[in-house]
Write a protein that binds this ligand. Structure first.
Ligand SMILES: Cc1ncc(COP(=O)(O)O)c(C=O)c1O
Length: 453
């Protein structure tokens, strides 16, 4: 396999952006009347940098409409009757270069079924990162296993591999890293830990469509990977998900878990004796057909997001106080479901992150503060008093669990530093990326004045 190093990858992206011609949307909101070099930020009475809008989402055309009607008129609306889900799974596994792709009802269902496929249950521990969507936690709790929440690397927002190793016990049955934001976590380090302790790694790649590590797609490094097709995701059918794997035994176990414990799609009439716990997590033919259409645009959209994100990073990193999320050495492609960066008020005359957001809003941009402190969330901590958990693990162990999952780095980063732009912003133009950077530059220059406003 040809490996592209990160420097070469970034070089390619920079050349691509330098060669882009100016597009009509490059005309600045102020009509070019005021030199942006001297411009005051909008929050201090200057012109707003951006009055346009980023692409709306989802993007679709008549192919989705035709596909939906084809399924409708076929009268074969479920995978047990129709051919479309199998067609989607075939196309998706080809795209990922894997043996199996198993369509399911959501990303949550994909993670839930992977844990089910591994036979995880009460008394087992599963390691997950703190900086993620709550689904990553929920699927572990749904199996009555203990979610062992691990702190982040503040530079990347990804799980800190050193802390994974420290969290392993004799009960650890899976490590479930997340490629948060759609950029890869440190897979080499995490897979090495899995290998050292003989613990399977399952990847939550729900946000990471087409992201790559060392030239191979993420989701395809551990025993299995989960993807989400929920509305906001880079590949979207409203709700849906898939599991990818090269391990046919694991695939069969996940298949059974998603299909009432049955081992084959042709077992439409429930047979007894499969001996595997199961649910109904089957995707419909309508969803699969939308995915087939959406997949025709996926590569092109991924390329745009990736180029824009790298271009934006090359500009933001030059602004004191703005630090784009670190990409690990093995990263050869980022999905940029989220464009994550840190705000350091020291670079902005001590101006708070909230003031920076307000000033960016006035310029026409809308960074968000992102996820919070999962390890301190009352919903999550409620597990300590959950009567099933007390019965399974004991009161003392559940009290100890609360200390085990303490994540101080995440607390600092989420309270003070973390910021995101959304994937749809990364589908904008190069000029729009320049405008984001220009707005941030203006705000930085006038930060002392904004702070005292
Ligand atoms: C990291 C992560 N894991 C899991 C999920 C769950 O996916 P779904 O919403 O399709 O159930 C999401 C969705 O937002 C996610 O971002």
């Amino acid at each position: 396999m040809k490996t592209i190093n990160r420097r070469a990858f970034i070089g390619v992206a920079a050349t691509a952006s330098a060669g882009m011609a100016l597009r009509p949307e490059s005309i600045l909101a102020n009509g070019g009347k005021q030199s942006i070099k001297d411009a005051k930020p909008a929050i201090l009475g200057g012109s707003k940098t951006f009055t346009g809008s980023f692409p709306s989402w989802p993007i679709y055309d008549h192919t989705e409409a035709k596909g939906l009607l084809d399924v409708l008129y076929s009268s074969q609306w479920g995978r047990l009757n129709g051919p479309v889900t199998s067609r989607f799974e075939e196309a998706h596994s080809k795209l990922y270069g894997v043996k199996h792709s198993l369509g399911v009802t959501s990303g949550t269902a994909a993670l839930y079924a992977m844990l089910g496929g591994l036979g995880i249950g009460p008394g087992d521990e599963v390691i997950i990162p703190v900086y993620t969507f709550i689904a990553t936690y929920n699927v572990v709790a749904l199996h009555y296993a203990l979610p062992v929440i691990v702190d982040m690397d503040p530079e990347s927002f990804q799980v800190d591999p050193k802390k994974i190793e420290a969290a392993i016990t004799k009960n650890t049955k899976a490590i479930m890293p997340v490629h948060i934001g759609g950029t890869p976590c440190d897979l080499d380090a995490i897979l090495a830990i899995g290998k050292k302790y003989n613990i399977p790694v399952i990847e939550d790649a729900c946000q990471a469509h087409l992201a790559e590590w060392k030239g191979k797609k993420v989701g395809n490094w551990g025993i299995g990977g989960a993807f989400s097709f929920q509305s906001s995701k880079n590949l979207n059918c409203g709700e849906g998900g898939t599991i990818i794997t090269n391990d046919s035994d694991f695939y069969n176990a996940c298949f059974a878990f998603h299909h009432q414990g049955q081992t084959s799609a042709t077992a439409a009439i429930v047979a007894t004796g499969a001996g595997i716990r199961g649910s109904n997590l089957r995707i419909t033919e309508f969803q699969s057909n939308i995915l087939l259409s959406q997949m025709t645009r996926l590569k092109e959209q991924a390329k745009t997001r990736n180029e824009n994100a790298l271009y934006l990073s090359s500009m933001l990193k030059e602004i004191p106080g703005l630090i784009p999320a670190k990409l690990y050495e093995g990263t050869t492609n980022g999905a940029y479901h989220l464009y994550m960066f840190r705000y350091d008020k020291e670079g902005f005359s001590g101006m708070s992150r909230a003031q920076f957001i307000k000033a960016m809003n006035a310029e026409g941009f809308h960074p968000s503060t992102g996820y919070g402190k999962m390890d301190k969330d009352p919903y999550v901590l409620g597990l300590v008093d959950n009567h099933f958990y007390k019965k399974i693990y004991g009161e003392k162990e559940m009290k100890r669990w609360k200390d085990r999952i303490d994540c101080p780095v995440n607390a600092r980063v989420t309270e003070e530093n973390a910021l995101w732009f959304l994937q749809t912003d990364m589908l904008g133009t190069k000029i729009q990326m320049e405008q984001i950077a220009e707005a941030a530059r203006k705000i930085q220059k006038y930060s002392a004045e904004i702070k005292n406003k």
